[in-house]
Write a protein that binds this ligand. Structure first.
Ligand code: 1CP
Length: 346
């Protein structure tokens, strides 16, 4: 979709700006990935990071859900830890587990040693993947990155973590060092997101997936300033900014104030309740990904409830978190059809 004018009455962008389009737009977090057999076939021949680093393959994986599901937006195929790769961090993405950092950051020296990200030099494949995708996709392309708190958790814990205890320990005991880490990560994330928009991404999503493990007071003090710097630093580009985390019911107002155009909501807060917390911003969400294993009539009833609470205006239908790997893609396709037909009628 290369012509900006072609976006004029696009349902996804209209909803991002708070409006009501021809239908309620729908896409799914992790729509590109293990629920699709065509993705699993490619993964038999390439590692996850090889897919991310090879623009033709990354673009192909991003296009797979467009062909099969008919969603209203494409998301770049990559991972939040690609920004860390660009900062010179040695890591892998292990099947069934997630990112593993070979030498977790634990000291002042480790943090001082983090480089500066120059996207064209350090992760040129990201912008190139976006350029190919924008040429090939018939819907807007969403660029993305992880927010500093969530990235710091992987960097410090060394991988997925339940309690984020080392991360919070650094945050509480060495607030100055913590702030330095947040600032370094924020400038890297901002540089990456700006280069994705300059390459043609029509919107961006900042994933602060694990921010919901913080109290509102700690979020405001230790995580929000860095996310705010990123979201504010994107404002001049005019691409809608989606801000998402899991378990963030008590943080929604703060996440909106950080500078989001759209606030992503997990399944724990009904959208009508979330609407009251986000001060006029658009909403994205929020069907429970585990509900997709229920019988079809139950799934569609849940979809209808989300649509009703979303209110039809300034609502992007999505799950409350990523598609679970065992999800039947046919259920995803039926949800897309259902959302479209339901909302075209009104
Ligand atoms: O082996 C495989 O095929 C890897 C599985 C996989 C995939 C398909 C991982 C490992 N990442 C991805 C792609 C990915 N990651 C996308 C692609 C685009 C799409 O949505 O279709 C995106 C947006 C991400 C972002 C991401 N990675 C987040 C934020 C979103 C979220 O789910 O909260 C996070 C936290 C990660 C880290 C990560 N990467 C992979 C896994 C399994 C995880 C989570 C690990 C954990 O629980 O901490």
């Amino acid at each position: 979709m290369p012509e900006m004018s072609a976006y004029a009455d696009d349902p996804f962008l209209t909803a991002c700006h708070g409006g009501k389009g021809r239908w309620t737009p729908v896409w799914f977090m992790r729509q590109a990935g293990r629920s699709l057999p065509e993705y699993r076939a490619l993964r038999e021949r390439h590692t996850m990071l090889d897919l991310c680093r090879t623009p033709e393959l990354a673009a192909e994986v991003s296009l797979q859900p467009l062909r099969r599901l008919g969603v209203d937006a494409a998301i770049l195929f990559s991972d939040i830890v690609v920004t860390l790769l660009g900062l010179g961090i040695s890591l892998d993405i292990e099947p069934g587990l997630g990112p593993v950092i070979h030498e977790p950051l634990r000291s002042k020296e480790d943090i001082a040693g983090l480089g500066t990200l120059v996207p064209e030099r350090d992760i040129p494949f990201v912008a190139e993947s976006v350029r190919i995708l924008v040429r090939e996709a018939h819907v807007p392309v969403i660029g993305f990155a992880g927010a500093p708190f969530t990235l710091a958790s992987y960097l410090i814990e060394g991988g997925p973590s339940r309690h984020h205890a080392r991360t919070k320990n650094l945050m509480h005991t060495e607030p100055e060092l913590w702030r330095e880490l947040m600032e370094r990560l924020a400038s890297a994330v901002l540089a990456s997101l700006r280069s994705q928009v300059e390459a043609g991404a029509a919107a961006v999503q900042l994933f602060d997936s694990w921010a919901g493990t913080l109290s509102p007071r700690d979020y405001e003090r230790y995580a929000l300033p860095a996310s705010q710097a990123i979201l504010e630093g994107l404002r001049d580009l005019g691409a809608p900014r989606i801000h998402f985390g899991v378990g963030t019911g008590e943080l929604l107002a703060l996440m909106a104030d950080a500078g989001a155009d759209v606030v992503g909501v997990d399944w724990r807060v009904p959208l009508d309740a979330a609407r009251a917390r986000v001060g006029g911003r658009a909403l994205q969400g929020n069907l429970d990904p585990a509900a997709l294993f229920a019988p079809a009539d139950v799934v569609m009833r849940e979809v209808d409830d989300v649509l009703k609470r979303g209110g039809g205006k300034g609502h992007i239908f999505n799950l409350g978190h990523g598609v679970l790997p065992d999800t039947d893609p046919e259920v995803l396709r039926r949800i897309v059809d259902h959302v479209h037909s339901r909302t075209e009628e009104t």
